[in-house]
Design a protein around this ligand. Sequence first.
Ligand code: TXA
Ligand code: MG
Length: 344
Amino acid sequence: MITKIIKVNPLNFTKDEIKEAIELIRNGELVAFPTETVYGLGADATNSNAVKKIFFTKRRPLDNPVIVHISDLNNLINVALEVPEEIFDLARKFWPGPLTFVLKRNPSIAPEVSAGLDTVAVRCPAHPVALELIKSSEKPIAAPSANKAGKPSPTRAEHVLDDFKDEIPLIIDAGSTIYGVESTVIDVTKKPPVLLRPGAMPIEEIMKYIGEIHIPEFVRGLGKFEGPALSPGLKYRHYSPEKPLILVEGEDKLNALKKLLEEYKNAGLILTKETANFFKDQKELIIIGSKDNLFEIAFNLFSSLREMDKRNIDVIIIEGVEEKGIGLAIMNRLRKAASKIIIS
Ligand code: TXA
Ligand code: MG
């Protein structure tokens, strides 16, 4: 199979330009497409065989469920059951957008999507190309991030191609995604709702509307997840480059970084603009953004990991950020990706 790439301008495209993608989804095939968070690897969520292709191609463990994408709030009842009125209200506020609800699964959705659970994760993405693909294929689209299991998520079409060249028929390339980290996932079958994955939508924003949300300790990405798998994906290694990744957290990052550079002579550094000022002589350096703009850091997070991974270095050293707003998602991803964490 040869992977075809269709380039579209997300602000000015026609349905006709993505006709082939619409046909592939309708025929039970895979299509990689852009969302506002990361690229997704999509298939018809009502077709078991199509959904199995996602797991097989991604090499995703079969017990890690995927998210279903819809284009319109009215379609929510075709994906989920017993949706509480307050969740419709919340969806009206936050959709289209990077917020995913875990709800009771409607039997029309292929059971493989939910990996055997009786729940389903669902969201309406805020990306014109994703919305057109879902609407015109007239299918809810199951889509995990379009990366090989365990690798950093894709924020550009070329990342998808790096992982799936000639393994999937089509990638829709609409340039960079907007947020750069995945959606926030909350389980609203529980009272109070439980945060399963921090993401692009800051939890502080959601709490303004539904009050208390339970934030389990594993959400910070610290330690290994143990106990019953609330969200089965939590127990697997995620987001990791091929090279070892050392994460530096804490109050005295400068000294910790200097020490690490004495130990590792051939390291690649990924630093904030502010910290990078102290490491101007470092050959392999990527500036990920400013400490004062966590959205910029989220936007560059996965692409920086992928880029540094390709350079001729032995180890990647990255600086942590503050766990507020989208910073909670950044630190969750980094702690899961890291092979070693230094608290300075
Ligand atoms: O932004 C996003 O959410 C991207 C784009 C493509 O929409 N998708 C994405 O999907 O990140 P994925 O499959 O990589 O992550 C889905 C997460 C996993 O942590 C999974 O365990 C959890 O959602 N999840 C899915 N269905 C669930 C369910 N029924 N119950 C609990 N957790 C669920
Ligand atoms: Mg993923």
